[in-house]
Design a protein. Structure first.
Lengths: 275, 249
């Protein structure tokens, strides 16, 4: 067995644990050009979630990331098909300010039944998080205290640790989820979490870097870490196995899997988030 | 459920990682903590220092531990840095070394018939497995070129990446019956199930990628994959057992 705790025994035997539901805070959906996905449609993803005890997935459809033609429509349709299991981030692409304006105009009508906040993908869209073009979305999120999941990568001129620090100073009310936790710049990510109480370290792609989980728990605390898998990219059981195998406590695992997410989401989607 | 890892190393890399595993004692402690029965391991000095240096360090370190099997690293032998294949295989058998690794791009050579034909022909004849990492020391194009020249080679392609490299390795699985893939960094949801469905469980080996990856991640993924128990056991340990048994060292 991969760990020596009560949670490890339960997860190892059953694949999930009733007293430790999982909130996956970083997902996608649908096909993507450079990878084969066996299970990228909503029903397939929900079956994966069932098997791993994932209660809720918050995602942005691959089409929303990279096709301004389709924008958020595929995300909206998927949430409406599985309203108890899915919520979406409203994806904004500042390369298309006219589409971004439409997305912001529509936001109120879709919050919170569909959206819980925004998703920014600066590295891919090649516009820094600090750019003026992002300002309308940041201001909406800051005014209302919404979640923003931003792809962040160590050293990036678009969403690296220095850029993150500037926007964190500018928008203190945003619940700022660092997607991939400034991947590779581990100490800088910890410093950001320690300097800004509204920053959370989201763990997609950290689960394959041995030592990362323990480093974050020691440096930032497990109450600042969020479970994420990029589903349909990464198998949630792989991430669970890492959490069980890592040198942390079951209390840390509860924080990472559900407690922190419940604290963030309960004011937004109380019917979906359990007590 | 038993696990036999085909892809783990120990030793201190020149560049310090997040969680180094300095020696075989630390490796065994982590294996015990994860419930891992056996492992086929190599020493990072085989890559970072020199194959001869690392091979000797590996052999000495694993000698007392029957649950550890070794994987040495080789080079082109025009400068006579290694013994001829027959003697190399004898030395491997004596040291409980059951496979070979190459890092051609890191060690600056071409892994082909011109450079290493004698050794690869001997490996094919004796069914000695070759382990390659597309994360460290060998590019996909080089793997394709090597297998085109030695289509019968028993080859395990490791560390094929978190971007789901199916479009890279599936053509090789289809073309070459002795090609296998390991699970290190193959995090793709449903990936194991799709591979088993398309090629059978005999072509997939549990590999952790330790110490850069956790043992527990892919152990959990295999344990709860949507495949029959028999297929899980093949991936977890039986396929590697079979490959080792088939080698005539």
């Amino acid at each position: 067995m991969i760990g020596n705790s009560d949670l490890a025994r339960t997860f190892w035997e059953h694949g999930k644990a009733a007293d430790c539901p999982i909130y996956d805070m970083h997902g996608h959906m649908g096909p993507y050009h450079s990878i084969y996905f066996p299970r990228a449609e909503p029903a397939d993803m929900v079956r994966t979630m069932d098997e791993a005890g994932v209660r809720l997935l918050i995602f942005s459809h691959h089409s929303a990331l990279n096709s301004p033609n389709l924008a958020n429509q595929p995300s909206i349709a998927a949430v409406r098909a599985f309203p108890d299991r899915l919520r979406a981030y409203c994806m904004v692409n500042p390369n298309y300010p006219e589409q971004m304006a439409r997305d912001l105009d529509a936001f109120d009508s879709l919050f919170p039944d569909v959206y819980v906040g925004f998703k920014f993908l600066s590295d891919y869209h090649q516009i820094p998080l600090t750019d003026e073009a992002y300002r309308p979305a940041w201001e909406v999120a800051d005014r209302r205290g919404l979640l923003v999941l931003a792809h962040t990568w160590g050293g990036s001129q678009y969403d690296g640790e220095a850029v993150v620090r500037k926007v964190a100073e500018r928008y203190p009310n945003v619940k700022f989820l660092l997607g991939h936790s400034c991947h590779g710049a581990w100490d800088a990510a910890i410093a950001l979490a320690n300097d800004f109480p509204n920053i959370y370290l989201e763990l997609t792609a950290i689960f394959d870097d041995r030592g990362g989980i323990e480093t974050f728990v020691r440096g930032a605390g497990s109450d600042r870490m969020l479970f994420g898998t990029d589903l349909p990219w990464f198998d949630p059981h792989q991430a669970i196995g890492v959490l069980l195998n890592a040198g942390i406590t079951d209390e840390d695992r509860h924080n990472i899997c559900h407690r922190n997410a419940e604290r963030l989401l309960r004011p937004i989607v109380p019917g979906v988030v359990g007590d | 459920m038993r696990f036999f890892d085909c892809n783990a190393f120990f030793g201190l890399p020149a560049k310090r990682p997040l969680a180094p595993v300095a020696d075989v004692a630390a490796l065994l402690a982590e294996m015990d903590r994860a419930g891992l029965e056996r492992a086929l391991v190599w020493h990072i000095a085989q890559h970072d220092v020199a194959p001869q240096t690392g091979n000797a360090m590996l052999a000495e370190a694993i000698a007392p531990y029957s649950r550890l099997y070794g994987c040495w690293t080789v080079l082109p032998n025009q400068a006579h840095e290694f013994p001829p294949p027959s003697l190399l295989f004898k030395q491997m058998r004596e040291a409980r070394v059951v496979g070979l690794r190459i890092f051609p791009s890191s060690h600056r050579y071409l892994a082909n018939a011109v450079s290493m034909g004698e050794l690869f022909e001997a490996m094919v004849a004796a069914r000695v497995p070759l382990f390659v990492s597309v994360h460290r020391g060998m590019a996909w194009r080089d793997v394709y070129d090597l297998l085109a020249e030695f289509p019968e080679l028993t080859c395990v392609i490791c560390d094929h990446g978190v971007w789901g490299e199916d479009r890279m390795f599936r053509p090789l699985l289809e073309r070459y019956p002795n090609v296998h893939v390991d699970t290190a960094q193959y995090l793709l949801d449903g990936g194991i199930e799709a591979l088993v469905s398309d090629y059978g469980a005999s072509r997939v080996l549990f590999g952790s990628g330790f110490p850069e990856s956790y043992f527990g991640g892919m152990m959990m993924a295999i344990k709860h994959a949507r495949i029959p128990q028999e297929a899980k056991e093949m991936i977890a340990f039986r396929n590697l057992e079979r490959i080792i048994e088939e080698a005539r060292l």
